[in-house]
Write a protein of this length. Structure first.
Length: 483
């Protein structure tokens, strides 16, 4: 069944009736031309978990103090009749993926929950067998159509953005990948070669990828250890003098305490983007405090990443920021590894914000803008030199974008959505299996450690950090390796 035909049947609710004979009959017989490793979706269920943060985080001019996790279970069947159950989890990061000055937090969260219900039904009703990447590629247009329908039915003053739809669909995609790996008794990263994925990358990306398969751009085995990027939010106290009231839960509360506690060497600094003096002072101050702490530990080198969350009004703001930071702290400037999404995510509307000059100084990566291949290609044209890959945009899309970024020689990093538990394991797996990714961002241990506790004993090397690195050698279990 073609994608066009599927979309027509999805809108009419006739998915099951139009399913192929292999699926309708439920028989193990394989139709000609089918990959013997293909699976079909049998059942999809989902639920939620809510957690309050131990401390609020500020980014993009907004403050967040809670998280809702969307947890998905998916049962799949192989061509020979075996079944396997996969699991996916992701924070519903509505404040990041659906930022609004009009709609409330509760309204955008409710919209994502409504969309999750639609996605679950579309996924359950889809009966075409395939590899998880085939299934996600076929389903994504229907998911996006559902997002538009939810926006209309809820009378939202602003429609659900594509980024928000990707976040909502990501745990469903993860659950399918997880189930696929378990069905074949393999870690997912062993299932991206031509024996599993029938189509070459040109089908999903551009003609330049003709004859190439995804396993060329993905490591079968994870890097054994990776540095951890620690987040410094705009509200986070740097020293004791910044603390008005201590939390007192036994975890660190200042930057020197965190550096000592986790042995940190990588620091991600959240900046405001609308207050140049504050942003410059923040970086200079972090560098001063970090230098003191790292020298006490006899650290030889440490690194920073900077994230404006698209708040800079224009590229001139960024260039002036970099000029003054380099003037005030030349060594601090040298420690900047990359800069994330300095200006607005809508690249088509803001074509004047080209990054060629800034990218000569440091890699400039797209984050919020990276919702599809079209925007990746546009970002390259506008001078962006890197990509921020995220599990919350879907395992399928993330791996395809990682392949494109490698083909085009772009800087690669994997970023967080304050992912706890299974979602952190998922994110760490991406970072550990994509060549060129140097570190893992993981800040749930800072803001929502309660959500990590059920996982700490099972994966201590991922959730308990003492030397500034994560033990990613453990990411070899079946499926995505979490459960």
């Amino acid at each position: 069944m073609s994608r066009r035909r599927f979309l027509r049947t999805a809108s009419s609710g006739a998915l099951a009736a139009c399913a192929p004979r292999w699926v309708r009959a439920g028989a193990p017989a394989l139709l000609p031309g089918r990959n013997p490793h293909d699976i079909r979706i049998e059942e999809v269920t989902f639920g939620y978990e809510d957690f309050l943060y131990r401390a609020p985080i500020k980014f993009g001019g907004l403050v967040l103090d809670r998280v809702t996790l969307l947890n998905v279970d998916c049962v799949v069947r192989t061509a020979d009749g075996r079944t396997a159950k996969g699991f996916g989890s992701m924070p519903l990061g509505n404040i990041w993926s659906f930022p609004s000055r009009i709609l409330s937090y509760d309204t955008t969260l409710a919209a994502m929950k409504s969309l999750a219900g639609r996605i679950a039904k579309l996924s359950s009703d889809y009966r075409e067998p395939g590899h998880p990447i085939d299934i996600n590629t076929a389903l994504e247009p229907a998911y996006l159509k559902a997002a538009a329908e939810v926006s209309r039915q809820l009378n939202l003053a602003e429609p659900i953005p594509k980024l928000c739809a990707l976040v909502t669909m990501s745990p469903f995609d993860a659950a399918i990948h997880d189930a696929y790996g378990k069905a074949h008794g393999l870690n997912c990263y062993h299932t991206y070669g031509p024996e599993f994925v029938t189509r070459d990358l040109a089908h999903f990306l551009t003609p330049e990828f003709k004859g190439e398969t995804l396993d060329r751009y993905v490591l079968k085995d994870p890097k054994p250890r990776m540095p951890l990027y620690h987040l410094i939010g705009a509200l986070d106290p740097l020293t004791d003098a910044d603390i008005k009231h201590r939390i007192g839960d036994g975890l660190p509360e200042t930057l020197p305490e965190w550096i000592e506690y986790n042995g940190l060497t990588h620091l991600k600094i959240k900046l405001n983007g609308d207050n140049l003096d504050w942003d410059i002072e923040r970086v200079v101050r972090v560098d001063h405090i970090a230098t003191e702490s790292e020298e006490k530990r006899y650290a030889r080198q440490w690194h920073y990443s900077l994230d404006f969350n698209e708040r800079c009004p224009n590229v001139d703001y960024l260039l002036e920021f970099l000029r003054r930071v380099r003037q005030l702290t030349p060594t601090g400037f040298q420690r900047i590894q990359y800069i994330e999404q300095p200006t607005a995510r809508d690249l088509k509307t803001h074509r004047a914000n080209v990054m060629h000059a800034a990218a000569k100084l440091r890699p400039i990566v797209i984050d919020e803008s990276l919702t599809d291949l079209e925007n990746l290609l546009l970002a390259r044209e506008m001078g962006y030199t890197g990509v921020a890959l995220k599990a919350c945009k879907g395992q399928s899309q993330t791996l395809l974008m990682a392949a494109a970024a490698q083909k085009f020689g772009m800087f690669r990093c994997v970023q967080d959505l304050t992912c706890p538990g299974a979602s952190l394991i998922h994110s760490a797996g991406i970072a550990a299996h994509i060549p060129g990714v140097a570190a893992i961002e993981a800040n749930s241990r800072q803001y929502v450690p309660a959500a990590n506790r059920p996982w700490e004993a099972r994966f201590p090397g991922l959730f308990k950090i003492t030397d500034g690195t994560m033990d990613t050698s453990v990411l070899t279990g079946r499926g995505l390796g979490a459960v």
